[in-house]
Design a protein around this ligand. Sequence first.
Ligand SMILES: Nc1ncnc2c1ncn2[C@@H]1O[C@H](COP(=O)(O)OP(=O)(O)OP(=O)(O)O)[C@@H](O)[C@H]1O
Ligand SMILES: [Mg+2]
Length: 1006
Amino acid sequence: MSEATLTVMRHKGNCVRQVSVARRADMCDLGPERGIAEAGTPVDSVVGGAPRIQEDEDQRAIGPSALRGKIASFGPFRVRATERLLEKDCTSLKIGSRALDILIVLLEHAPDVVSKRDLMRRVWGKLVVDEVSLRFHVAALRKRLGDGACSVRYIKNIPGRGYCFAGVVTWAEAAAMPQKIAPATAPQLPREPLLVVGRDNAVRELITLLKKERFVSIVGAGGIGKTTIALTMAHRMLAEFEGAVHFLDLGAVEDPRLLAGLLVSKLGRVAVSEQPLPVILTSLRERRMLLVFDSCEHVIEDVAALAETIFRDAPLVHILVTSREALRAEGEQVHHLPPLECPPLTESLTATQALSFSAVQLFVKQVAHSGHAFELTDADAPVVADICRRLDGIALALEFAAARVGVHGVRGTSSLLDKHFRLLWRGRRTALPRHQTLSATLDWSYNLLSLAEQLVLRRLAVFVGGHSLEAALDVVAEGLGPAELTETLATLVDKSLVISDRTAATRYRLLDTTRAYAWQKLTEGGEDARVLRRHCEHMINALERFGARIWAPPSSENIDFFVLNLNDIRAALEWSFSDHGDAGLGAKLAGASACLLLQAGLLLECAAWTERAIGALDNSSEGTYLESELLACFASSIMVTRGNGPHIHTALIRALDIAERLKTAPMQLYLLHALYKWRIRSGDLRGIRDLTDRVESVAKRIADPLADAIAHGFFAVTCFFTADSREVRGHAHIALTAPVHLSKLNLASFGHLHRVRSTLARNLWVLGYPEQAVAAAEEAVHEAENLSHPVTLCYVLMSCVIVALETGDWQRAEKLVHRLSTIATKYELLTYARASVGWQGCLAVSRGELSRGVELLQTALAALHEDGYELYRPQLSLTLAEGFAKIGEQELAYSTICEAVSWADTRGRILELIDLLRAKGDILSSISASEAEACLLESLDLARQRGLFALELRAGISLARLWTDRAQREKALGLLDPIFNKVSEGFQTRDRVAAANLLQQLRSRN
Ligand SMILES: Nc1ncnc2c1ncn2[C@@H]1O[C@H](COP(=O)(O)OP(=O)(O)OP(=O)(O)O)[C@@H](O)[C@H]1O
Ligand SMILES: [Mg+2]
C-alpha cells in the first residue's frame, strides 16, 4: 500500500487553486473491494487497507482487462495492467485507482473514442456517478501523465462523444512480477515532521488531553505550527489506536459538501447515498480510532457539525482538529497554541542564553537547513532575539527569515524586517501554496473574512502596539456601529488574526506580520490618511483627559496609559510632523505627552518632539498654557542632554512670562526652579539671591509642603555658593524634613530635593567635618541610586565626587566618577558625560598622572564651556593649574590660575574664590613670595570670616610652607598649630595629614 495524492488544478476565474485529496491506492492489487466515491462527488475511493468490506459484484468496476498480461508503452510511460502499475522511465508512479482504470480502458480501445457513459460504466460499474467525477479523475490522470505539457497530449476529449487515447501505444507481454503484500494496518499518515522544536510539552499535554476528552482543537495563527503538532501527535498515537489514525487534510477541500465523502474514503468504506453520515457513524462505532481534521478554518461550520455528531454518536472515536479558529462544537476542548518562546528584551544576551528559547533554536536550525554554516555568536544573539520577537515566534515566519540569512546576514535580515519585504519572502518550493509566502498565509485567512472583518483588520493596522476596545471604537469605527465593531473584533480574535491579552484590562494587538499585511491592504485602499488622523486624535484626547502637567505628579492611570501606548504615541507624533500629517495636532500631542516623556527619562525624545512642536505653534497657541508647557519640557530635557545654551534661558523666560500672565503659580514655581538650575549650571551665580527670593514669594502663594521645602532648599544652596555656610544647615534641615509626601506637586520634577542633600555634604566638608561630609555624601548617593532617576543621580554623583576628591579618597572618587560616566553615557546625558571626563582629569593629577590629567582637564573644560555647563569650572581650572605647575609649566600654571580667579570673581563664585586664591598663592610661591603671601593671606582671611575651616586649614598649610621656605619657621608654627588644634575629625584626610606632617617637621627642626 502506498499513499497516493491526487492533484487537480481547478481554474476559478484568474485564480488557480491546487486541490489535493489524500488517498491510499494499492499499486499492485486490484482487489474486489475498491472504494467508490460518493455519487456526484469527485472524491476518490480507497483501495485496500483495513477495515475492508466485501463489495457486491454489481459494484465492481472494470472487469478483467484485455490488457491483462500485457504491457502498454507510450512515451516514457508503461502500464502493467495485471499489476496495476504505471511507470515512468522505469519508476513506478503514484496514481489514483480510478484514474488508472480510465487509462486502462482508453488504452484498451486506443485509438477509438470511448463514450463517457461507457467509460463510467467500465470504471464505476453499476454505481451511479455523475460526469464531475469522471472529469475529476481524467484531470488527475492528465496531470499524472504531464498531459498538455511540452505539447504532448495523451488523453483527448472529443466533444459530444467521449475520450480517447491519442498517443502511440506499443504492446508487449509482461513477465510475471512478484505480488506485493500490503500490511493490514499501514499508517495512512503524511510523513512525521522531521524537525519539531520546542513543542515537547505541548505534544505531551495535548496527547493526555485528547486521550481523556476525546475532542481537542489546536487553534492558532497561520504558520504557528498547528499541523506540525497534530502530525507529531498522530504518529505518536498510532500504537495507542492500533494503527487506526486517519489524517484528513481539509486545506484542499473547497466544497464543504465533500467532507463526508472524504471521510468515507479515508475509512475505506463505500458510500452509496447522498447522505453518507449514517454509513460513517456505523463504521465509526465499530472501532477505536483517531480522526485528525487538519486546516478546518475555511470549512469550519461543516467540520463543526460533523465533528460534533461523531463525538456524540461514536464514543470510541477521538477527534483532533487544527484550525485558525475554534469549531465552537459541543465537547470540543480548545487549545490555543502559543508562539515559540522568544527571549525578552534585556540589556545583554549571550548566545547560550538566547538558545534556551525555542524561537531562537528554530531560527538557528533553519539557517543551517538552508545550507549555510551558521553558529550563533554572542554578538549576533541580541539581533536574532530581536528578529524572533518581531516575528512573534511564528514558526513559518522564522523559517522565511532564516532562509534569508545566507544572503543578507543576520543584521541585514533584521534590517529588512522594517520594510514590508518579509511578506514576499518565499519559502520552500515544496511547501503548501499558502505557506509559500507570508502574504499567501495571510491571504488565506483574509479571504475568508467578511467585508466588515476585512475593514476592521485593515484599520487596526494603524495601532503599533496593543490597544483597548475603547481605542478601537474611537479609531476604526467609522461606518460601523459600536456593537458591530465589538463583535467583529471578537471574531477576528476567534480567527487568530487579532491577539487578545486578557492579563489585565483586555488589550488587543496584531502580530507584527499580520500588521504589516493589514497595513499594506490599508494603504492600497487609500484609507490610511483618515485612519492615521483618527489615531492621532485619539491619542491626544486620551492623554488630555489625564491633564498631565510638568509640575504635577501623573496619576497611575496616566502612567499606565503612557507606558502601554508609548509606541502608538510615537507613531502618531511621527505622522503628525510628517509631510502628510498635521503639525497642529502634533503640537497638541507633544504638549500632552512631553512631561511624561521627560519623567520617563526619555529626554532626547522629549527635546526632539517639543522642539518640533514649538516650531509648529500658530498664532492661536501663543501665550497659552500649551506653549509654556512645551517650552518648559523642551528646556528641561535639552539642558542636560545637549547643553545649557542661552536659547534655553530664553525659552524659560518666555514660559515664565506666560505662566505669570496665566497666574499658574505651580508652573511659575517649576519655571523658577528650572531657571535656578540653568543659572547654577551656567556657573554664573550672580543673581541667584534674587531668584531665591522670587521662588520664596511664589512658594508662599502655593500652600503646599513641597513648595515650602523647595524655597528653603534654594536658600540652603544659595547660601552654600555665596559662602554663607553657617546658614545652610538650618534651611536644609527644614527642606529635608518637610512632609513632602503630602504635596500636590511632583517631587521628581523638582529634583527630589537632592540638590539640598548633596549640598549639605559639601557644606559639611567646607565647615571642617570631613567624616560627616563623607557620610552625608554616601547617603545622598545611596538615596539617589534608589530613585530610578538618572538626571538626579548624575547631579548627586557630580557634587559628591568633590567630597571624595577634597578628602583625598581617590578610590572612592574613582568609583563615583566611573558610575557617573556609565549612567551619563547610558542615558545620553551629554553634559554629565563630558563633566565626568573633568573629574577623571582631577583624579589623574591628584594621583600624579600629570600629563594625562592635564589633557583630560583641558578637553573637559573646553567641552563644558561649549555646553555652557560651567558650574565646576573653578575646581577643574584649579586642578589644571596645579597640574601645569607640577610638570614645570609655571607660566601656564600662572595664567590658568589667574584666569580662573578672575572668572570666579566676576561670577559671584565666592566660595571657590577662596581656594583659588590659595592655589594662586602656591603657584606664585616659586615666582614671587610676596605676591604669594598676599594671595594666601587673602584666602586665609576670607575663610576665617566665613567660618570655612577646611579652606582656612588649606590656606594655613600653604602659608606655613611659604614661611618655612623663607626661614620663618616660628611664624609658620604659630599659624598652623592653633588651626590644627581646632581639627575635630577626619585626621586621615589629605589636608590634615599634610598639616600634621608639616607641624611635625616644624617642631623637629625647632
Ligand atoms: N515546532 C516547530 N519546529 C520546527 N518547525 C516548525 C514548528 N512548527 C512549525 N514549523 C514549521 O513551520 C511551518 C508552518 O507550520 P504548520 O504547517 O504546522 O503551521 P500551521 O499552524 O498548521 O499553519 P496553517 O494555519 O497555515 O495551517 C512548517 O514549515 C513547519 O515545518
Ligand atoms: Mg496547518
